[in-house]
Write a protein that binds this ligand. Structure first.
Ligand code: FMN
Length: 342
């Protein structure tokens, strides 16, 4: 079972972004958030290197695993494997529009096959005690969302789905890249609010284009949760506010410098295991945004962290650029103030 409050704030699944290092970092910033893995296909779960593809640190919990697939039997098997790895929810991807996914006949094109999605959900439910959830669009191509979204939801609910995550825009299966499909089809939050009114007993979270605490709070008047992707990734300071602003809980990290300090023991540990610094620091490029020295910080981290001898001091040196620039700025202000006074 998922309680509505479990999905109050979620960081969206993002391929190549929400890997285990990213999630560890996000967990440090937002203790109450629910985190999602990148999507993995049933085939990769079954045949792939599980330690590499599915391993995670317990500190990341609660973490939900996103599966891509459309064969109920394969999904049931993959669900069992996901459960055995210790994840706390299995989410089925009914929203990804990439060609690769369309060729495998899953992702967003499943919006056109609500009965099959229901069969998938049922098979997954029968395979586990974990909650099974679905992340979908409001429709694809020329579908009418008033029909497509409600039909999909109705079928999923009848099959026992535990929660729905709705990316509040259509996917256009032909002619748009996955990136364009995250921006060009217009957002329609209203229809997601209507869905929640129609199915009040099903936990529903809204996704797409949400960037500020104010927007999250507005959405939470209508739905149980918000799922945030790009804004959470690019703007880590947003995540630092979530516990206090949405959960009335203490803030764990007060600023970007503290975030680096808190993460550095983990980085050292991972480096000792042979991980490359850049595989972790690539998720930290959004820190210090807008602050003096931020550009140099990003430059140093992008260039130096990929060098063979990169270590934790490489990160500290990049952060030092921000400290120095901030000090220079403070000094310049102090001089100016002294000048205007004299
Ligand atoms: C780099 C990237 C990778 C993504 N990969 C996935 C994925 O694996 N599964 C999925 O359901 N959605 C994926 N998405 C879509 C996001 O989960 C989310 O629905 C979308 O970005 C809209 O939310 P946002 O406006 O808050 O970013 C991805 C988005 C981005 C930017």
């Amino acid at each position: 079972m998922i309680r509505p409050e479990d999905i109050r704030f979620c960081v969206a699944p993002m391929m190549d972004w929400t890997d285990r290092h990213c999630r560890y970092f996000h967990r440090l910033l937002a203790r109450k958030a629910r985190l999602y893995t990148e999507m993995l296909t049933t085939g990769a779960v079954k045949h792939g290197d599980r330690a590499r593809l599915m391993g995670f640190n317990d500190f990341e919990q609660p973490v939900a695993f996103q599966l891509g697939g459309s064969d109920p039997k394969e999904l049931a098997l993959a669900t069992k494997i996901v459960e055995s790895q210790g994840y706390i929810e299995v989410n089925l991807n009914v929203g990804c529009p990439s060609d690769r996914v369309q060729n495998g006949a899953f992702g967003a094109c499943l919006m056109m096959r609500p009965k099959l999605v229901a069969d998938c959900v049922k098979a997954m439910k029968d395979a586990t005690f974990l909650p099974i959830t679905v992340k979908c669009r409001i429709g694809v191509d020329d579908q009418d969302p008033e029909i497509a979204l409600f039909e999909l939801a109705e079928n999923c609910i009848a099959a026992g789905v535990d929660a729905l995550f709705i990316h509040a825009r259509k996917a256009w299966l032909k002619g748009l890249s996955p990136k364009e499909n995250r921006d060009i089809p217009p957002l329609d939050y209203r229809i997601v609010h209507k869905l929640k009114k129609t199915f009040p007993n099903t936990p529903i979270a809204i996704n797409g284009g949400l960037e500020t605490i104010q927007q999250f709070k507005e959405q939470l008047q209508h739905v149980d949760g918000v799922m945030v992707g790009r804004a959470a990734y690019h703007n880590p300071s947003l995540l630092m506010e979530i516990d206090a602003e949405l959960f009335n809980a203490p803030r764990s990290i007060s600023d970007d410098f503290e975030a680096i300090d808190a993460l550095s023991p983990y980085i050292k540990q991972e480096l000792l295991k042979g991980e490359r610094l850049s595989n972790i620091t690539r998720h930290l490029l959004g820190l210090f945004a807008g602050q003096a020295g931020a550009r140099l910080y990003r430059q140093r981290l992008t260039l130096d962290a990929t060098k063979p001898n990169a270590n934790i001091d490489t990160l500290f040196a990049a952060v030092h650029e921000v400290r120095e620039a901030t000090q220079r700025l403070q000094l310049a202000h102090a001089h100016k103030l002294a000048e205007t006074k004299s």
